[in-house]
Design a protein around this ligand. Structure first.
Ligand code: URA
Length: 435
């Protein structure tokens, strides 16, 4: 087969056959098809899409590019959650131990932060000693022993996506629904799950800025799951403003512990609980809402978090002693110039400001600073008086003017009262295109 011919066909809006797609992904994984050819193909797909059959073949070929996990000896239902990413989205950190403490196995594969969005692995690694990159055996052993494990995607799992995602990131082809859906779902299908809950974020701080595209992405992923026999439920949740109050890494761990200790911010608790209920429902647990409430109020979920941290080599004493977490020496407040009501707290602007402080990375190879971040004190709907602190930058000494300008631009104050956005916009269970 000839890569140029396939690129030209997709460029001209024609379909590719299953054999052609399988050949392309295989040849790209082994290096026969070059990065520049694959980036041209990704751009052609960005503009012309993939139909349902092409998407099925594309996802299957990605899945088959590497190994799949074998968790068949774990005698509990295995359910994971995947978020399409946002700002202050630390939900996985309280959610995974919470669900595990209700008797469901949670083999969670997470990612790192890039651009304005944070990554669960970076946050977890701000716990002293925590090892987030595990080999397949250790991943399996922690899951078997603790009932939950949270680690990065191993080298051997879906290597085609490892290459392709980096390429898309460098070629402006990330925000394509078929490419995002196949990228996420090929990795989830390789995890040997019984169920998957998707948290599709929508709004300024998300990949999907409007409901139509968020719904289309959710339905596409549900369709891929169904065609591979995986039960998938999706919640479409708000990412117009940061989730919770903390944006960064160590500060998001502290806030996650607050959720497990029963004192988390309302929006973060609501989404964590809603996703936990969905995961337990997929696992067939009776009366999931009661199970979640009991796991939180009894302290069982918090204990599971301590077990998880210890199993990953981390120091569980962070639960009772926050001073063990990294922090930044300087604090700069942002104050309201006028009184009124918060009409917007732009998640993307806050995320970019946090990245500029060092909490995130511009390029994959950048290091992050786990102690810096932004505290968001006023959110949409809050009443403010002139001079009130809207947020606080936690930073190192030095020039923070760019981060300060970006963060300050996030808040809009109106004279009219405003209401907080709905947190859960939609729930989708198994509709969508059949593949
Ligand atoms: N996350 C992924 O894993 N893949 C994408 O394409 C986008 C977000």
């Amino acid at each position: 087969m000839n890569a140029v011919e396939l690129i030209e066909r997709k460029r001209d809006g024609q379909r590719l056959t299953e054999d052609e797609i399988r050949w392309l992904i295989q040849a790209y994984t082994d290096g026969t098809v070059t990065d520049y050819q694959m980036s041209a193909m990704a751009m052609a797909i960005y503009f012309n899409g993939l139909d349902a059959e092409e998407l099925w073949a594309w996802t299957g070929a990605m899945l088959e590019s590497g190994e799949v996990l074998d968790l068949s000896d774990i005698d509990k239902p295995k359910v994971d959650k995947h978020s399409t990413g946002g700002v202050g989205d630390k939900v996985s950190i309280p959610l995974a131990p919470l669900v595990a403490s209700c008797g469901v196995a949670v083999p969670m594969m997470s990612g790192r932060g890039l651009g304005h969005t944070g990554g669960t692995l970076d946050k977890l690694e701000s716990i002293p000693g925590f090892v987030a990159e595990l080999d397949a055996r250790t991943f399996h052993d922690i899951l078997a022993r603790v009932g939950v494990v949270m680690a990065g995607q191993s080298e051997t799992l879906v290597p085609a996506d490892r290459k392709l995602y980096a390429l898309r990131d460098a070629s402006g082809t990330v925000p394509s629904i078929p490419l995002i859906a196949s990228s996420i779902m090929s990795k989830k299908l390789a995890e040997d799950l019984d169920g998957l809950v998707l948290d599709v974020k929508v709004g300024e701080g998300a990949f999907m800025r409007d409901m139509g595209r968020a719904r289309q992405l959710a339905e596409t992923m549900i369709g891929i799951g169904r065609s591979h026999g995986l039960a998938v439920t999706a919640l479409i949740t708000d990412m117009s403003q940061p989730l919770g109050r903390m944006v960064g890494n160590a500060n998001e761990i502290a806030e996650s512990i607050d959720v497990l200790a029963g004192r988390g911010p309302d929006d973060l608790v609501e989404i964590t609980v809603a996703l936990a209920v969905e995961m337990l429902e997929l696992a067939g647990i009776d009366d999931p809402r009661t199970a979640v409430d009991e796991a939180l109020s009894s302290g069982a979920a918090l204990e599971k978090f301590e077990e998880l941290v210890e199993a990953h080599g981390g120091d569980p004493a962070v639960v009772s002693d926050r001073s063990l977490l990294p922090s930044a020496p300087e604090q700069t407040p942002i104050r309201a110039e006028a009184g009124g009501y918060v009409a917007a707290c732009d998640a993307r602007a806050i995320g970019l400001a946090a990245m500029r402080l060092g909490a995130g990375r511009e390029r994959k190879e950048d290091d992050i600073d786990p102690g810096v971040g932004i505290e968001v004190l006023k959110k949409v709907g809050d009443e403010v008086s002139p001079g009130d602190v809207l947020g606080v930058l936690h930073h190192r000494p030095g020039d923070i003017s760019d981060a300060l300008a970006r963060a300050s631009s996030a808040w809009a104050i109106s004279e009219e009262p405003t209401s907080p956005p709905r947190l859960i916009h939609d729930r989708i269970e198994s509709s969508g295109p059949s593949i």
